[in-house]
Design a protein around this ligand. Sequence first.
Ligand SMILES: *Cc1c(COP(=O)(O)O)cnc(C)c1O
Length: 395
Amino acid sequence: MISPVLPTYARAPLSFDSFEKGQGPWLETSNGDRYLDMGAGIGVCALGHAHPTLIAALETQGRRLWHTSNLYEIPKQAELAAKIVDNTFADTVFMTNSGTEAIECAVKMVRKHFSHSGMPERVEIITFQGAFHGRSSAGIAASASPKMVDGFGPLLPGFVQVPFADLDAVRAAINDKTAAVMVEHIQGEGGIRVFPCADMRILREICDEKGLLLVIDEIQSGMGRTGKLFSHEWAGITPDIMTIAKGIGGGFPLGACVATENAASGMVAGTHGSTYGGNPLACAVGCAVMTEILSAGFLENVSRLAGHLRQGLESIATTHPKVFDGVRGEGLMLALQCKVPNMDVVHAGYDAKVLMVPAADNVVRLLPPLNMETFEIDDALWRIEEAASALDARL
Ligand SMILES: *Cc1c(COP(=O)(O)O)cnc(C)c1O
């Protein structure tokens, strides 16, 4: 018999009912056990669990006003949009409730840009194998991974996939119908695969040369995760359109599609919308998250913690060469490349009471809260070492 919850997820086989509460990087179970959460709800809880500033923002707004719809001005939405515009390449922001919806807006914006500019034939978007852009019809067509699209056809046309970070393949895929290239600077679900900064710069040049829009999906890599507000800043380039979600709400559902004035040129009144998108509750929390991440020294501290975590992981990988192949990623978006099945590592982590997240290419991801203390990172490293030793002993 089907469960009341649609069984689209294989849930973690944990020995207790569920997590009951969280504090900082810790999750506590119904029977009082504490787990160190190095996955942070898939990179969402950027400031950990139960952050006092976020609780205060939610409570204050919660007592005042939850929702009015986008029929009316929403001051908190305007405040959050201004914060994003002030701190990025973007001139304008559309708020959503999720990453997928931000992607959806980006895809529509690309097409509208060209139809509005008298080039309606330009509809194709080039994406990369291993990409993850969400689970909507456009999102799965963009990724085209068999696991995501099987049985859901006919797919939304207009997406072309090329091998990851293969610039010759990008050039070869461009034709009269090409509108944009969409890329994750660091593929998250795809296994923490980093698109080299030098190649990101060439990709920007190719787009400029051919009159294409560059869309960067920073849903996982953004909001401070790599030690910059957005990871493309490391490459010294800017996109035309960027998608944001995950960390921006710190656990409250929130996303955004942000763009230059030029890229957004076709998106006039009536062309797009969302009932909930950018409602007062979500934006109050989003503003609080932005303020924390932009506070003095925050991003520098992310880089410092990242160096510490990475060094520790490298040493664990070296100590257990039969379990791990190495470490990759940037900032606090890291992966242990596994030689044993990655789910074995995740399960050994459960036994050591540390939570890690599997991804494609047989890796386990570490996407911890960005504001952990050094001793908490050390604690996580001990637990991962314990998990690795347990696996080693079985080999
Ligand atoms: C998580 C993710 C998405 C989808 O976001 P949802 O909030 O799950 O809809 C899209 N792109 C990337 C890079 C992501 O990591």
